[in-house]
Design a protein around this ligand. Structure first.
Ligand code: SAH
Ligand code: SF4
Ligand code: F3S
Length: 449
C-alpha cells in the first residue's frame, strides 16, 4: 500500500464526475498518486441518490471495498456526494473503515480532510453543511490537458420537481460569480482544451439567485464563447421553463456554441407535467423546439424521460411517445419512476405497477432506437468535424489506427488517422461513411488542425 494513494469510485451525473475529477487533481497536487482499489490508502465513493438503484450500489460498493481490502483499518473510506448528504453519519456505523462523510458543498474541503484523516487514525470527519454561497474550490493547474473540460457554473437546484431528490441533496441554487468561471475556462483553454461544457442542474437559471453576481446566463455564454482558443461550447442541464429567448438566440450568433441541446422533457402528458411541477406543457416545449430550429436549422435535441410517474395512464404515455416523435430526439436517457423519500411524489397515490413501468420503458427505448438510427443513417455522406478525444476501443480500421471523437451534435464518430502521432485534441474533418446503432464511422476528408 502506498502511503499517499487514492482510488475514487463515481456514480451519478456529470456534476459528480466533474467533482471527482477535481478531487483527483487536487489530491495529486498534494502529492497523492492514483492506485487500484486493492492497494489504495484512501478509497472515496462519490455517490448519487437520484434513483433507487444507485443507492443500493453504494451499499454493495462499500461491501466490495471491505472485502477487497480485507477490512484493513488503515484503509480510509470516504462517502461523498448526494447519498452522503442524505444519510450523513449513518455510514460511520455501517462500516468501520468509513471515516469521512462529505456532502455536496463539503466536497470542496475533502482533499484537506483526506490528508488529515490519514495522519490522525482515530479521527472521523463529517462535512455536511450547506453553504449559502457557491464555495470557490482550490484551482487546479498542470497535468495533462483534456480536449474537453467541464466547468461548474452553479450548485444546487430550486425547482423541487415532485419526483426529484436533487434540491435536497445539492441544496438551494447557488450561482458562481462570472470572474472565477471565466478564469477557470481560461486556465483550461491555456492548457490546450478546445471544448468547454458549462455545468449545473439548471444552467439557464444561472444568475437568478442571491449567490453569484447576477450575470445572466446568455451574457455568461457570450463571454465564454469569446475566450481565445475556444472551439466548442456546450452546457448541461437545461430546464425548459428557464430557456429565455436570448438563450435561444445565442445558438444563432455564438459560433462556438454547438447545435445540440439536452432539454429534459420528462413526460409528454400535460396532466403529468403539471403533477410533476415542471411549469411547462407540451405546447410550450414544442414552441421552444421550433424557436431553436428557427435560430439554428441544424439544431439537434436529446432529452430525459420518466415513465410510470404516479397516475400515468396509457394515454399519458402515448402523449410522451407522440412528443418523442414530434421533437425527433437524437438520443435520450429514460428511467422508470422511482420513489425518493422526501420528494413530494413519494406520497402521491396511484403508483404505477413495476411491470407496466418496465413495459413502457422498453417501448419508449425501442422508439428512441428507431429515431436515433434514422438520424444516424441520414448522416451518411455528410461532412462534419470531429474533436478527437482518443483512440477507439476497437483499435484498428482496415489496418490503420482508429480514433474517436465527437461531432458538433455530440455523436461519437470513429475515424482511421495516420499512424505515428497522438491526435488527441485535434480537429478532424471527416466524411461519414457508415452508421451503426449508436455511432458513426467516417473517413478523413481534409487536414487535421
Ligand atoms: N437537473 C436536471 C437533471 C436531474 S436528475 C434536470 O432537471 O433535468 C437526471 C434525471 O433523472 C432527470 O432528468 C429525470 O429524468 C431522472 N430522475 C430524477 N428523479 C427521478 C426519479 N425519482 N425517478 C426516476 N427518474 C428520475
Ligand atoms: Fe431535479 Fe427538477 Fe431540479 Fe432537475 S430541475 S434537478 S429534475 S428538481
Ligand atoms: Fe445523482 Fe446527485 Fe447528480 S443525486 S444525478 S449525483 S446531483
Amino acid at each position: 500500500m502506498i502511503e499517499k494513494s487514492f482510488h475514487i469510485i463515481t456514480f451519478g451525473c456529470q456534476m459528480n464526475a466533474n467533482d471527482s475529477h477535481w478531487l483527483a487533481r487536487r489530491l495529486v497536487a498534494r502529492g497523492f498518486v492514483e492506485a487500484p482499489l486493492e492497494t489504495a490508502r484512501a478509497v472515496l465513493l462519490n455517490t448519487c441518490s437520484v434513483r433507487e438503484k444507485p443507492e443500493h450500489k453504494v451499499a454493495a460498493t462499500l461491501e466490495r471495498v471491505r472485502s477487497l481490502t480485507g477490512g484493513n483499518p488503515d484503509v480510509l473510506v470516504g462517502v461523498l456526494g448526494c447519498v452522503a448528504q442524505q444519510y450523513g453519519s449513518t455510514f460511520f456505523t455501517a462500516q468501520s473503515q468509513v471515516r469521512l462523510i462529505a456532502g455536496s458543498d463539503g466536497i470542496s474541503g475533502a482533499p484537506e480532510a483526506v490528508e488529515r484523516l490519514l495522519a490522525e487514525p482515530g479521527l472521523r470527519l463529517s462535512l455536511l453543511d450547506f453553504t449559502s454561497r457557491y464555495i470557490e474550490r482550490e484551482p487546479v493547474h498542470g497535468g495533462a490537458s483534456a480536449p474537453v473540460a467541464y466547468v461548474n457554473i452553479m450548485q444546487g437546484c430550486d425547482n423541487f420537481c415532485a419526483y426529484c431528490i436533487v434540491p435536497f441533496t445539492r441544496g438551494r441554487q447557488k450561482s458562481r460569480c462570472a470572474a472565477p468561471i471565466l478564469d477557470e475556462c481560461r486556465a483550461r483553454l491555456d492548457e490546450g482544451t478546445r471544448e468547454l461544457v458549462l455545468l449545473g442542474q439548471n444552467v439557464n437559471a444561472f444568475g437568478r439567485d442571491k449567490s453569484g453576481d447576477g450575470t445572466p446566463f446568455a451574457a455568461l455564454l457570450a463571454r465564454v464563447a469569446a475566450l481565445p482558443g475556444i472551439k466548442r461550447l456546450r452546457y448541461l442541464t437545461s430546464h425548459p421553463k428557464d430557456m429565455r429567448p436570448e438563450d435561444v438566440a445565442a445558438f444563432a450568433v455564438l459560433t462556438p456554441l454547438c447545435p445540440h441541446l439536452h432539454l429534459p422533457l420528462q413526460s409528454g402528458s400535460d396532466t403529468i407535467l403539471a403533477r410533476m411541477g415542471r411549469k411547462y406543457n407540451s405546447r410550450d416545449f414544442l414552441n421552444i423546439v421550433a424557436s431553436l430550429h428557427a435560430a439554428r436549422p441544424d439544431m439537434t435535441l436529446s432529452t430525459d424521460i420518466i415513465v410510470g410517474f404516479p397516475g400515468e395512464n396509457e394515454d399519458d404515455f402515448q402523449a410522451t411517445l407522440a412528443m418523442m416523435d414530434a421533437c425527433n430526439f437524437i438520443s435520450s436517457f429514460s428511467f422508470c419512476y422511482s420513489d425518493r423519500p422526501g420528494a413530494r411524489a413519494a406520497l402521491f397515490p396511484n403508483k404505477t405497477a413495476p411491470e407496466i413501468k418496465r413495459d413502457r420503458l422498453l417501448r419508449l427505448q425501442a422508439m428512441q432506437e428507431n429515431l436515433s438510427r434514422r438520424w444516424l443513417q441520414g448522416r451518411i455522406g455528410e461532412e462534419t468535424c470531429l474533436l478527437v478525444e482518443g483512440k477507439s476501443r476497437r483499435q484498428t480500421v482496415s489496418g490503420q489506427t482508429s480514433w474517436q471523437g465527437r461531432d458538433p451534435y455530440g455523436a461519437l464518430v470513429h475515424v482511421a488517422l495516420p499512424a505515428g502521432a497522438d491526435h488527441t485534441g485535434r480537429m478532424a474533418p471527416v466524411r461519414i461513411t457508415e452508421a451503426k446503432n449508436r455511432t458513426l464511422t467516417g473517413r478523413l476528408a481534409g487536414d487535421l488542425w
